[in-house]
Design a protein around this ligand. Structure first.
Ligand SMILES: Cc1ncc(COP(=O)(O)O)c(C=O)c1O
Length: 397
């Protein structure tokens, strides 16, 4: 899709800003209500306990408006930071003060880009990589390197080679149910890579946006929890996939030496995260059955994944994919078609998926597409897969 840039005046760095085809496709799906979209990473809003949420919001307005309707601490609402430190992180050194609440984990990525990246910063990415990270980092024009992903994490041989041949400053990684591939680093690779990063003194940005979406309720220890160099590791978390992206709340676990810098950069960005959302989410965590809620999300997504798997097997048996352990996507290879042709045919037939090139650090074309299974109803999913199958057959005959 075309990138429209201002022609009169803008900062040099804006020519490095990456647009997101996903957002463009989301726009198309909003404009065209017949469009069936496997494109977004949209959690299902029905999974939120709305009765509890309504009564909490009422009580926040009634009893906590002095806090909830006011500016707040730039590093976040203290009660919520405490809950995150206790419930939602596994690094042993975490404390109230190491948690900084952000406007979605996306803001954490933006702040880290601003804090660490210049044109001579070497940043290692997974290939494929989460597009939003590329969008956050690209304006600073760092030099990107990438390591190919296997179903159980980065290719270790190539990783070691890259780290040995280059001074890599930062590794951005999404080890659990990665977006887009849903590949998940094995326990063994987590340990080995943690010690390799310690040895080579590499800063890790560990993005754990999908950490709680294991279909069987399993919880992988973070890579950061195995690191000796706790001053070189940041962990980003998010409420978007476990509660709702509408709150726009995430967090970053920040090593002690970087805390005041992180907070100062955030102040320049937004002063503080949405205070009302923070108080509501804190009360939600206090009063809802958290473990029961996670279990219901995990079971729901597991069922939806199975439905998409069987639809693809039935209608497009040529499609290749590995079965994820969690998350909300299938990473599907459609052999013997050009990505562009399949993408255009699908959009013209009223069905959307995200082309793999969007997640390639080098913008390389690929025969993979990311398909979300958490949002469409089951009948819509079937209709959508039938539409893709027709386009696929028309191209191949
Ligand atoms: C891997 C990954 N990281 C970060 C984000 C940003 O999420 P949010 O800003 O909603 O917390 C997303 C959103 O889809 C994601 O997939």
């Amino acid at each position: 899709m075309e990138k429209e840039m201002p022609t009169i005046f803008s900062a040099k760095r804006t020519s490095f800003v990456r647009t997101s085809v996903i957002r463009e496709i989301l726009k198309l799906t909003v404009e065209n209500s017949d469009m069936l979209s496997f494109a977004g990473g949209l959690p299902n809003p029905d999974l939120l306990p709305k009765d509890i949420l309504s009564s909490i919001m009422e009580s926040v307005v009634r009893d906590h408006s002095n806090t909830a309707l006011q500016y707040g601490d730039s590093s976040g609402y203290e009660a919520l930071r405490m809950q995150i430190a206790e419930k939602l992180t596994d690094v042993s050194w975490v404390s109230l003060n190491s948690i900084s609440i952000t406007h979605g984990s996306q803001q954490g990525l933006d702040i880290l880009g601003k804090m660490f990246m210049d044109s001579d910063t070497n940043v290692l990415l997974e290939d494929p990589v989460y597009l939003g990270a590329l969008q956050a980092f690209s304006p600073y024009q760092p030099k990107f390197f990438s390591v190919p992903m296997e179903t159980d994490g980065p290719n270790l041989y190539l990783l070691e080679e890259i780290l040995t041949q280059n001074k890599i400053h930062i590794f951005y990684a999404n080890p659990s149910y990665q977006n887009p591939s849903t590949y998940t680093w094995s326990l063994e690779k987590r340990k080995q890579i943690a010690s390799l990063l310690d040895e080579k003194e590499v800063i890790l940005f560990e993005d754990e946006a999908y950490r709680y979406l294991d279909f069987e309720g399993k919880l992988y220890p973070s890579v950061s929890s195995f690191r000796e160099r706790r001053d070189l590791t940041f962990v980003l978390g998010s409420f978007s996939k476990i509660l709702s992206p509408g709150f726009r709340l995430g967090w970053t676990v920040v090593p002690k030496v970087y805390r005041s810098l992180f907070t100062a950069v955030k102040q320049g960005n937004d002063l503080n995260s949405n205070q009302f959302s923070q108080v509501v989410v804190s009360k939600l965590l206090e009063f809802m059955d958290w473990n029961g809620h996670l279990r219901s999300i995990q079971t729901f997504y597991a069922e939806k994944k199975e439905i998409l798997v069987s639809l693809l097997k039935e209608y497009i048996p040529e499609a290749k994919f590995s079965r994820p352990e969690g998350g909300m996507f299938l990473w599907v290879e459609y052999p013997k078609v050009s990505q562009k042709e399949l993408m255009e045919g699908c959009l013209a037939s009223g069905v959307a998926m995200v082309p793999g090139s969007e997640f390639s650090p080098a913008n390389r074309s690929s025969s993979n597409f990311r398909m979300n299974f958490s949002f469409l109803g089951n009948d819509e999913m079937e209709e959508g897969v039938k539409r893709i199958a027709k386009v696929y057959r028309d191209i191949n005959t």
